[in-house]
Design a protein around this ligand. Structure first.
Ligand code: FES
Length: 188
């Protein structure tokens, strides 16, 4: 088992205290298991990654969540795909939980999509044609429902990663993951 430390992007979304310094990106550390450092690379390098499929298939990634403050997001790469990790605010949680299933094209309770209310973990791949939705950066538009917006053809996702408007047929998928501790998850 090879442990590698990778640089990953963290975006600052909805800083609860406007007096705090705003940074678009900070460096976080992640431990990558399975001998695949390439499975947890920076978003801008997705297109340049080309690890073997057999290697990617074995990858799992450990993520330290402790640096993420409420309202902040983190993107990591797992099996060649971006995974959005969102430390949800109480407001975002309440909105997700109080949404009627009748309003959802792909009806799914928020409780079925999270293991802990304050942490949302979803694949950051639009279920229409596979673009990476906006919403991770503080400066990104987050669509009409405060989650993510895919500008390719206009799909809007809510604070649970559920499709609300646009051509995407289904919610952002939830990858397999477990909480190893209160502040550390393993994806895959
Ligand atoms: S790929 Fe996202 S809306 Fe088409």
């Amino acid at each position: 088992m090879l442990h590698l430390t990778n640089k990953i992007y963290k975006d600052l979304n909805q800083m609860s205290d406007s007096r705090k310094p705003r940074r678009d990106f900070i460096k976080l550390s992640a431990m990558t298991l399975g001998g695949v450092g390439a499975a947890s690379l920076l978003i801008p390098f997705i297109s340049s990654m080309n690890p073997g499929k057999d290697t990617l298939a074995l990858a799992s990634t450990e993520i330290d969540l402790s640096p993420l403050e409420e309202g902040q997001s983190l993107t990591v790469i797992w099996r060649g795909k971006p995974v959005f990790i969102k430390h949800r605010t109480k407001s975002e949680i309440d909105i997700a939980k109080n949404t009627s299933l009748d309003e959802l094209p792909d009806a799914e309770e928020d409780s079925a999509r999270v293991q802990k209310d304050n942490w949302l973990v979803v694949l950051g791949v639009c279920t229409h044609l596979g673009c990476v939705p906006l919403g991770q950066k503080a400066s990104d538009t987050k669509g009409d429902y405060g989650g993510w917006f895919c500008p390719c053809h206009g799909s809007h996702y809510d604070t649970s990663g559920r499709i609300r408007k646009g051509p995407a047929p289904t919610n952002l998928p939830v990858p397999p993951y477990v909480f190893l501790t209160d502040n550390r998850i393993k994806i895959g």
